[in-house]
Write a protein that binds this ligand. Structure first.
Ligand code: NI
Length: 413
């Protein structure tokens, strides 16, 4: 399962005097660029001199300014949109992200938002799914106020999210960051930039085509708990027949099981997932590892897990799967489950009435053991849409060219 809530793994950069600021107009500059028009007249014509003024953007990519997303909004920031969907920044890993911060009172923000709105439309039209455009309001307005503000300026493609109460290290709005697929800042734009331009889209495409090297050379051959060397396991992808098979129970005392569970756990961390089932690494046996990164920390290595009780009440969570990487969808499942299993020493264990992410993750992983994927819980239309998006994304993940030896690794499947 890939509902990753892991605190961001992204490389932290040097931060220069980052101060948490109270969010108020008194503290913020409003970046425009010379000759910027007022955009108070709704989304009317944008003066050409404003479009030409990109001087502010010379500040982009200054080393001392480099911030990661979690530096700005904190490690536990959750995006909540107007439909109540919640997800964290780590859910977006593997995507190129354009994230802008704006306010409803800033006169220059709507112009930038409009440009991002057109960008989002163009990306959808070109079926570029591995680039996300997210605009976050800084302030204490509720989500409806943000949505109304967007509507007022004819912004149709951007989703409204709950406002960001505190933003660290942002001295003014509008400010727009581009993060690469590893979450590193690739560019920063203060004030106006023509985000809908072909040049900017070409820049995003180039970032999106870069292959993420999942397995750093440092981790290769690292030793695992048992002193044995951890080997990278291939995570099977959607379409592989092993994922459809019902798995056989593990015999009590199976000598290979403890070692396999440890290998699976390491692979799960390596892939930044919160759960992994044995069939996903080609082993058709009833074994699962889970770590939903909650406090207090708890790692589950499960042999022959079985759901023995489920609640009538249901809950919805956005799920993803390491076997269907890059796409996510809301899945409705029983809100709470109890599970019996054997641990890696074959000791009988019991989880009573798990809730939240753990409940969803248990069900997701045990489904894998019965040859079922989370996409099988979706309506036919939703599933078809998700799979088509996934396939498109897989095509787009193919490296265009990569001169480094590391990039020559064979694509899985
Ligand atoms: Ni899965």
């Amino acid at each position: 399962m890939f509902f990753s809530i892991k605190a961001h793994n992204y490389t932290k950069f040097l931060l220069m005097s980052v101060v948490t600021m109270a969010v108020s107009s008194d503290f913020f500059d409003c970046y425009a660029g010379t000759g910027a028009p007022s955009s108070s007249n709704s989304d009317k014509e944008i003066a050409s001199d404003f479009l030409d003024s990109v001087s502010q953007n010379q500040q982009a990519n200054k080393k001392e300014d480099v911030l990661s997303f979690s530096d700005i909004v904190g490690d536990n920031f959750i995006f909540s949109n107007e439909k109540g969907f919640k997800f964290s920044f780590s859910n977006l890993k593997g995507h190129v992200l354009v994230i802008a911060f704006s306010t409803t009172w800033c006169p220059n923000c709507p112009v930038v938002l409009k440009s991002l709105d057109v960008l989002k439309k163009k990306l959808l039209q070109q079926e570029i799914y591995n680039v996300g455009v997210i605009t976050l309001n800084i302030g204490d307005e509720d989500i409806k106020a943000v949505k109304d503000h967007y509507a007022e300026y004819g912004i149709e493609n951007l989703s409204a999210y709950e406002s960001v109460a505190h933003a660290n290290g942002i001295e003014g709005v509008p400010v727009c960051f581009v993060f690469d697929k590893e979450g590193k800042q690739a560019a920063k734009y203060l004030g106006w930039h023509d985000f809908a331009s072909d040049d900017f889209i070409a820049f995003l495409k180039k970032l999106a085509a870069k292959k993420v090297n999942d397995y750093s050379s440092k981790k290769k051959g690292s030793t695992i708990g048992s002193g044995k060397v951890w080997k990278k396991m291939e995570v099977l992808k959607y379409g592989n027949p092993i994922l459809k098979k019902k798995c056989a129970p593990v015999e009590v005392g199976d000598k290979e099981a403890p070692e396999l569970l440890e290998q699976m756990l390491q692979q799960m961390y390596e892939s930044d997932g919160v759960g992994l089932a044995a069939p996903q690494v080609g082993i058709s046996k009833r074994m699962v590892v889970i770590d939903v990164r909650q406090e207090p920390a708890k790692v589950y290595k499960m042999i022959n897990p079985k759901i023995v009780w489920k609640s009538e009440e249901t809950a919805e969570l956005i799920e993803g799967c390491l076997s269907v990487p890059g796409v996510y969808e809301t899945v409705k499942r029983p809100a709470s489950v109890s599970v019996e299993y054997l641990d890696e020493t074959f000791k009988p264990c019991f989880i009573e009435k798990a809730t939240g992410i753990l409940a969803a993750c248990l069900q997701h992983e045990i489904d894998h053991l019965d040859g079922k994927l989370y996409v099988d819980h979706l309506s036919r239309i939703k599933r078809a849409r998700l799979i088509s998006k996934y396939k498109k994304l897989q095509e787009q993940q193919e490296p265009i060219s990569d001169n480094s030896g590391e990039g020559q690794q064979a694509q899985q499947q």
